[in-house]
Ligand binder design. Structure first.
Ligand code: BES
Ligand code: MN
Ligand code: ZN
Length: 524
């Protein structure tokens, strides 16, 4: 019987992003003044241009609340001599200080303002102004924008009762950062504008990622991607299931075969306008978008299966990256490829024992239909190499439970065929706090994928499972293409040891990281 894709709602309403601005003349009379405090430093240090009575009020508030200024803590006190409220943000010890502590402070501040139902605060950088200040101000703004994210699209209360920037029509928060030094004000303004574009893209990726499997399937995701492309003047094309079949994309077609919503390969292309094409590199970014992963015939146990709506997070990161790249007008050509399928089961679903012929001609013996991500990615990667001949290919996917066992919610697993690319990505991870830990891709692992029937199996059991994923994908990268695989299964949605400040639901992991990497390429 012919299948009909049931119509599904697409309600993507990213809210108004926070306004991040710079004050060269600090306005002391404001609803809330936020001040950073380092652990065990005397109140009043680096008071700078702060009026004396505010410095005194800060000292009193620290004493009254026994405020230790541990990272990720905050106290509020009545203001004095201007601000109605003083919000003290703990940064931990100055010796342990990293930009992530100030992102965390920014996120806490945004959520605190939402709780207070006030729409803005000023921030005075007591003790922070230094050569590094624009980087810290950028981190503050970034944390503020990411911390304000809340997914409440399906809450039926009145918008006014809800907080968070996913709600269209809700007033945006405002953060005014005081930069008394004129020279730094300009630099801060510049980085804040960049971070605003990047966090807006990351929050958009998070919003789509949070929508469940009954709203997002390959069909509705294609519509969303088309809308993003149009809004950002990106070239857009889709290889639909019929075309994929003709082209020999056996992995993509098999994984999507059991669903009413057919699989597709979404392709978005950003071309820099301002530069001659010769100066630009071509970078391909590939993301797994399994809109829901039941496991297929090798079905998953019911506990926590609902979290498999997040199995599209690699693809959502690509959506965010493409949006940010266009907003920032980066000087390189960036191709975003999103293979998308729903891994579910009916009588036309693929089965264990099936042998697939992939786009690059290699054959795969399916040992487990739950190792589906690598199958759709394999076709996308082989196609990207052949069609675009990229100078680098970065692939992101929620690929294995094994990487969660190994690295939890703190680091993503990095597997790379190229040391330079691996190093550049690790460096971008350090800068953004979206950190990567490299695992070995060594040919000694290849025998785990040996099959008596075909070129390889899709899963050789639990041994070195994340690495099996990387080894499998490496079979589909064309010779000479530097490439990296990021297994983001642990970091795409919150875990117990999560990067604390990011908040609820999908994290948007990969957007800030890859944009930082692309920015680091410069124009040389
Ligand atoms: N999407 C999952 C990986 C995953 C698991 C992501 C848990 C986030 C949380 C992937 O498709 C999968 O099912 N992997 C299996 C493969 C195995 C059965 C060969 C895994 O890692 O257990
Ligand atoms: Mn799976
Ligand atoms: Zn999966």
């Amino acid at each position: 019987m012919a299948k009909k894709a049931s119509p599904r709602p697409v309600l993507i309403e990213p809210g108004k992003p926070p306004i991040l601005k710079v004050q060269t003349q600090c306005v002391w009379s404001c609803p809330a003044l936020a001040v950073p405090i380092f652990e065990s430093e005397k109140p009043g240090y680096a008071a700078g241009t702060m009026p004396g009575d505010i410095v005194t009020a800060i000292g009193n508030a620290i004493a009254l609340h026994d405020f230790e200024a541990k990272a990720g803590t905050l106290v509020q006190a009545n203001g004095s001599g201007g601000p109605q409220r003083l919000i003290l943000l703990g940064l931990g010890k100055r010796t342990d200080f990293q930009p992530d502590q100030i992102r965390w402070a920014g996120a806490l501040l945004a959520r605190h303002l939402r709780k207070l139902k006030i729409t803005g605060a000023s921030f005075y950088p007591a003790g922070l102004e230094s050569d590094n200040w624009p980087v810290l101000a950028a981190a503050l703004g970034e944390g503020f924008a990411l911390g304000d994210f809340k997914f409440s699209a399906y809450k039926t209360q009145k918008a006014a009762d809800l907080t968070g920037n996913d709600l269209a029509g809700k007033s945006p928060l405002m953060l005014s950062i005081c930069c008394p030094e004129k020279s730094s004000a300009q630099a801060v303004e510049h980085v804040l504008a960049e971070k605003s574009a990047i966090t807006t893209a990351a929050n958009f990726a998070r919003t789509v990622a949070c929508h469940p499997g009954n709203a997002i399937n390959p069909g509705s995701l294609t519509t969303i991607a088309r809308t993003v492309a149009k809004a950002n003047r990106l070239q857009f094309s889709v290889i639909n299931a019929a075309a994929a079949e003709k082209m020999g994309m056996g992995g993509l077609c098999a994984v999507g075969a059991g669903s009413d919503s057919p699989p597709a390969l979404i392709i978005m292309e950003y071309l820099p306008r301002a530069r001659p094409a010769r100066a630009a590199k071509t970078i391909a970014v590939v993301g797994k978008a399994v809109t829901f992963d039941t496991g297929g015939i090798s079905i998953k146990p019911p506990a926590d299966m609902g979290s498999m709506k997040y199995d599209k997070c690699g693809g959502m990161a690509v959506l965010g990256i493409m949006q940010a790249v266009a907003a920032l007008k980066l000087p390189h050509r960036v191709i975003g490829l999103i293979p998308t399928a729903e891994n579910t089961l009916d009588s036309s679903a693929y089965r264990p024992g099936d042998i697939l012929r992939m786009y690059n001609g290699k054959t795969v013996d399916v040992t487990n239909t739950d190792a589906e991500g690598r199958l759709i990615l394999a076709d996308a990667i082989a196609y990207a190499c052949e069609k675009f001949k990229p100078q680098a290919l970065i692939e992101m996917s929620t690929l294995t439970g094994g990487v969660i066992v190994a690295l939890g919610g703190v680091f993503a697993g990095l597997m790379a065929g190229d040391d330079k690319l691996a190093g550049d990505l690790i460096a971008a991870g350090q800068k953004t706090g979206e950190r990567l830990w490299r695992l070995p891709l060594d040919k000694a692992y290849r025998k785990l994928l040996d099959s008596p029937h075909a070129d390889m199996v899709n899963s050789g059991g639990r041994e070195a499972h994340p690495i099996q994923g990387g080894m499998f994908l490496s079979e589909f990268v064309a010779d000479g293409v530097p490439w990296a695989h990021l297994d983001i299964a642990g970091v795409a949605d919150p875990k117990k040891d999560d990067r604390w400040w990011i908040g609820d639901n999908a994290t948007g992991f990969g957007v800030r990281l890859v944009v930082e990497y692309l920015q680091s390429l410069g124009t040389a």
